[in-house]
Design a protein around this ligand. Structure first.
Ligand code: ZN
Length: 449
């Protein structure tokens, strides 16, 4: 939805993939048996004090800040605050959240206001009343953007770019729900609505489109858009108003007296190395493998696919064939399934097998596609073996020869066209999935007998 009177800002929460939690040594693995990765600190037992902040989480925050061209606040005491709210997922009744660690970043033309660290609450199941604290105390990075987005499309482009960047940085978890977004949206200078806890990037776009329609309908009818917090119902794709909007006062922020402030030195920031980022990779692919920039851009959108490309070329696969197949055929099937390469569970050896067969012209593109589809949907492919089953092909050839006695005679009289016709008939009956070379050989053998 393109509108110039829409103003959107985002708060993006990312789960970091540190091994331990933010203020204790419990594992961050929250897929384990409920309430097994917990201790007195992350469940806020009386008298339990937090440990010093997890340094890995600070390192990851600095990495992200540098990748977003943000300015890390060095030589400055950065307090960890207590943000109070009352809900069963939070045993301490407050969430520890740092003051900004970095400010004034930029991604895809969108200004990043600040980046800070905070702890994840646990999970409360409203239907059963059960609470699960394995996630409680896990480190989260929060990225707050300026209200620079003018449409849901622009928001999507930004989030896609961020997701690619995060793939390269390897500092965040990947499972579902590991990125959560709050979106602020207002229309025509009217009241701002906050949509809370959207659990996927795709959900953000659905929620924003719904809200743009809802608010513009209200304004058209001269009705007021309430300033409120709304929740996104992913299953229905709608936002639902909640009665109460917490204000900054409700949270009663105070510096946590149990923690020393975070202090980041300039030397430390300088010492943090970034891995190769998407733009650098694109340039390197173009220079090293002499491929088109556009092709390199598509390859680099999925770090794993671009790694597969490099490995193939290093193993002497023709780079043009590899680019074409990875960017066109593989992407088509992955997009169709809304997957990226790592979700697909495809192995490098699978890809290599297909591309080698293609490059040696042992299979045509249609078989390659069938093989890929089977690998994606069943985890294995037997097509090649099946197609090489000479017995089956042989039976089909016998059938074709029996039904085309006149053509067989023509061939024996030296008519080459007759051979092509018979070959075509066999291929047709194998649904074009047979190995052409095998068909050709078997057919010749039978005819020349
Ligand atoms: Zn703990």
């Amino acid at each position: 939805m393109e509108r110039d009177d829409v103003i959107i800002g985002l708060e993006i929460h990312l789960q970091l993939n540190t091994e331990s939690k933010l203020f204790c040594t419990c594992s961050t693995d929250y897929q384990k048996e409920p309430n097994t990765n917990i201790c007195e600190v992350c469940t806020s037992q009386p008298g339990a004090k937090p440990m010093a902040i997890n340094e890995k989480a600070i390192e990851f925050t600095v990495k992200l800040a540098k990748a977003l061209n943000a300015q890390v606040l060095t030589e400055k005491e950065i307090f960890v605050q207590r943000k109070h709210y009352f809900y069963p997922d939070l045993p301490s009744n407050y969430q520890r959240t740092s003051m900004p660690i970095a400010v004034k970043g930029n991604l895809n033309g969108i200004r990043i206001r600040e980046i800070h660290l905070e702890e994840d609450p646990g999970r409360y199941d409203i239907r059963t009343g059960l609470v699960e604290y394995n996630r409680c105390g896990n480190p989260l990075i929060e990225i707050v953007t300026e209200p620079d987005f003018k449409s849901s499309e622009e928001t999507k482009k930004f989030l896609d770019k961020l997701a690619i960047l995060l793939d390269y940085l390897e500092i965040t978890r990947r499972e579902e729900g590991s990125m959560r977004v709050d979106a602020n949206i207002s229309l025509r200078g009217s009241n701002r609505v906050e949509i809370k806890n959207i659990n996927s990037f795709r959900g953000v776009i659905t929620a924003l489109n719904y809200e743009i329609t809802r608010q513009s309908t209200l304004l058209k009818q001269n009705m007021k858009v309430e300033r409120e917090t709304r929740h996104f119902d992913e299953s229905q794709g709608i936002t639902i108003g909640s009665r109460k909007k917490e204000t900054v006062d409700d949270y009663r922020y105070i510096p946590d007296p149990d923690l020393v402030p975070i202090y980041v030195t300039k030397e430390y920031v300088d010492s943090i190395q970034l891995p190769e980022l998407p733009e650098q990779k694109i340039q390197r692919l173009v220079e090293t493998y002499k491929i088109k920039r556009h092709d390199a851009e598509i390859l680099a959108q999925d770090k794993n696919i671009s790694d597969v490309f490099e490995k193939l070329v290093k193993e002497n696969i023709n780079s043009e064939l590899a680019v074409k197949w990875l960017n066109r055929d593989l992407r088509k099937q992955l997009n169709y399934r809304s997957m990226n390469f790592s979700d697909s569970k495809l192995k490098y050896s699978d890809i290599k097998q297909i591309i080698v067969l293609l490059s040696e012209k042992k299979i045509h593109e249609k078989i390659a596609e069938q093989m890929l589809i089977e690998l994606l949907d069943k985890g294995k492919t037997a097509i090649k073996e099946k197609l090489e089953d000479e017995e089956k092909i042989s039976a089909i050839i016998d059938e074709v020869l029996l039904n085309n006695k006149k053509v067989v005679e023509d061939y024996k009289q030296g008519n080459e066209k007759a051979f092509h016709f018979l070959f075509g008939q066999v291929m047709k009956l194998t649904k074009k999935l047979a190995e052409p070379k095998i068909v050709e050989k078997l057919l010749k053998d039978k005819l020349d007998k």
